[in-house]
Ligand binder design. Structure first.
Ligand SMILES: O=C(O)[C@@H](O)C(=O)CO
Ligand SMILES: [Mg+2]
Length: 273
């Protein structure tokens, strides 16, 4: 199984670029993040190359994150801003060699008809799919639970799948975030199997708390091999709020990478042995 470290949540104690070698030392073979739009993207690429990691996924710019926005793609009055964000995502996807870009739908504000929001979202996703296709990018939609993000336009993966049916673009797919799915409904394997053909990326965290796998109620020892058996061979994104539990959970599913001959073993690597 292949795992990517979500650098927007893991290794927060480190400056952004230093999170990349830290992820490699812990045994991740890829990284993902909300976006690196405040970074020099060439420096991000250089850090990935130096660490031998792949850029697996990032998001189209998602509005005022600190102010509570979780995407702007469903907002009719923000279409121009969304389209500008797609242009930036295209540049980053090309530079980083990244083939998956996630579009966060956003919250439906009071007073906006749900169907108007969903139609705006569909048009924006169609625009993004068309714009990013020449770079070989697939545009993903993710369901986000409405306990953590009240009003999110796509609360369940069934809602996200229905939206993709409106979009009707070939280079689109679903991101299955196990944590959000567990909060909204559970029945994780059946849900995965139901939408398997459209799922192109998986993210994990435990519940409650959104912490490391193994800290809560989700049986990842059962679920991850089952996803594999159901034909999922893509990356699994570690998108959780770290505790002191560390990344030891990874050893159950992915072997510890041997450092290249002559390379200095990092303390994280030593600790993982
Ligand atoms: O699940 C999440 O929170 C993320 O995958 C994301 O993109 C932002 O909400
Ligand atoms: Mg997620």
């Amino acid at each position: 199984m292949k795992f990517s470290a979500n650098l927007s949540m893991l290794y927060q104690e480190l400056p952004f670029l230093e999170r990349i070698p830290a992820a490699a030392a812990d045994g991740f073979t890829g990284v993902e993040f909300l976006g690196a739009y405040d970074q020099d993207v060439l420096e991000v690429r250089a850090a990935l190359e130096a660490a031998g990691l792949r850029q697996v996924l990032f998001n189209v710019p998602s509005g005022d994150w600190a102010g509570g926005e979780r995407g702007i793609a469903c907002l009719p009055e923000r279409v121009e801003e969304f389209e500008e964000g797609v242009a930036r995502a295209l540049e980053h996807a090309r530079t980083l060699g990244c083939s998956l870009v996630n579009v966060l739908a956003g919250r439906v504000p009071e007073g906006l008809e749900l169907d108007t929001a969903l139609e705006t979202l569909a048009e924006n996703v169609r625009f993004a799919a068309h714009a990013l296709a020449p770079a070989g990018v697939t545009v993903l939609l993710e369901a986000v639970n409405t306990r953590d993000v009240p009003g999110f336009a796509l609360p369940t993966i069934a809602d996200a799948a229905a939206l993709l049916s409106r979009v009707q673009a070939p280079n689109t797919g679903l991101q299955f975030d196990v944590y959000h799915a567990q909060v909204m409904r559970g029945d994780l394997l059946a849900t995965f199997e139901r939408f398997r053909t459209a799922i192109q990326h998986v993210q994990i965290a435990d519940n409650p708390g959104r912490h490391e796998p193994g800290t809560g109620e989700v049986n990842y020892s059962f679920l991850l091999p089952a996803l594999r058996a159901a034909g999922y061979g893509g990356y699994i994104g570690a998108e959780y709020v770290p505790t002191t539990a560390g990344t030891g959970w990874l050893r159950e599913f992915a072997p510890v990478p041997e450092p290249a001959w002559g390379a200095t073993r990092g303390s994280a690597w030593e600790a993982a042995r």
